[in-house]
Design a protein around this ligand. Sequence first.
Ligand code: ADP
Length: 194
Amino acid sequence: MNLILLGPPGAGKGTQAVRLEAARGLKQLSTGDMLRSEIKAQSAIGREVEAILARGDLVPDATVVRMVETRMAAPDCAKGVIFDGFPRTVAQAEALNAMLAAHGQKVDAVVVFTVDDAILIERVTNRAAAAEAAGQPVRPDDRPDVFPNRLAKFHRETAPLIAFYERMGILKAVDGMQPMAEVEAAIGRLLPAK
Ligand code: ADP
């Protein structure tokens, strides 16, 4: 089974992806984490995308699609993938459909997290402040001068995917403003049986 967790930055997709990974034996594939590892390693991709991430802009579709395609060929993705942070544009969604179809697979379900912008800003501000207070590094794109750009990119580039997957008949919505355990239970009720 292939699932997509769709939603604005700070919506809790990563938290739920980890829980689903354990519950369903699927592999979480977070393009944000993959890109941050490339930056850490200062690979060719990492050097290409570092400034883009720091500004809160989107990495070019071709770069992300190539990275995902390579990663999905690994054996740990064979049972299915939970996409977290991908696709983020209609072009990426179309590329993913084609990529899966080429292997006789498809996207089985898309869970969209609904969270108000004001709550997202509050969550990310708190997360950055907590990291700072603990002496931990703050993600450059969680900073208050950058985060609004990530939200704007979500509304402009990624939100059209809601209608895209609705047309495919596989969209499920969950209220991402509930406590984490309740979001988890709601997702469990929405998804097809294992
Ligand atoms: P969040 O969900 O909190 O916004 P992510 O870790 O998913 O954070 O992504 C961080 C950044 O990585 C994004 O702001 C963007 O610059 C880049 N990125 C991640 N996934 C993609 C993608 N599918 N397409 C383009 N850029 C991406």
